[in-house]
Design a protein around this ligand. Sequence first.
Ligand code: ADP
Ligand code: MG
Length: 227
Amino acid sequence: MNIIEIKDLVKIYDSTEIEVTAVNHINLNFEKGEFSAVVGPSGSGKTTFLNLLGGLDRPTAGHIMIDGIDLWSLKPRQITDFRLHNIGFVFQSYNLLPVLTAKENVEFIMDLQGWPKAEREKRAKELLEAVGLGDRIHSRPGKLSGGQQQRVAVARALASKPKFILADEPTANLDSHSTENLLDIMEKLNREEGITFIFSTHDARVVKKAHRVITLEDGKVLSDEKK
Ligand code: ADP
Ligand code: MG
């Protein structure tokens, strides 16, 4: 079953003097349970593509259907709400709130969603245990390594029980040991809990773990290979 259907997606940036077509007529489907990598050189449109898919940036043309809902036909406030309930994000730079502990960072989205305190505390602890940080739940991001912070970000992305997780170069700032560790955790969540991941990467070791590799070039799909 397709969870995401992308039809003739285009993004043109025309804020600068030169018009840039960052996403150029992409047509793709994603199924539930995928573990897919989006690859391509810097500037090929990976970040733009993931931002469109996640409702963070508006397409110039085309449609993104998520479980049959045309994302960008919704009103701005509905898009925010849809994103909050359906899409998990992991960014290259972790984007944790520095004043909150690991547990509070994971609880944050559940708080916005109106979960009762006891339930969100329980889920935050479970998720941090699942990413191997059961003993660091009260640490603030500044006391955690890059790899640990990114694992908190994965736990946070999972907190709202999203339909899928988008990760934009999640290992770009990690050393090889932390990269391996993060990938193992993502793969385990995919295999054992059926979590759908779509991640972009530059890193050959990360590409190797993907079950499907979509290569972008100049905003177009150059190849799409399932392993
Ligand atoms: P990647 O993530 O693969 O490096 P990006 O999606 O960041 O690629 O960029 C794709 C193209 O769009 C590049 O040519 C980039 O310069 C351009 N671009 C990205 N964001 C903007 C923006 N906000 N304004 C103008 N051009 C942009
Ligand atoms: Mg990018």
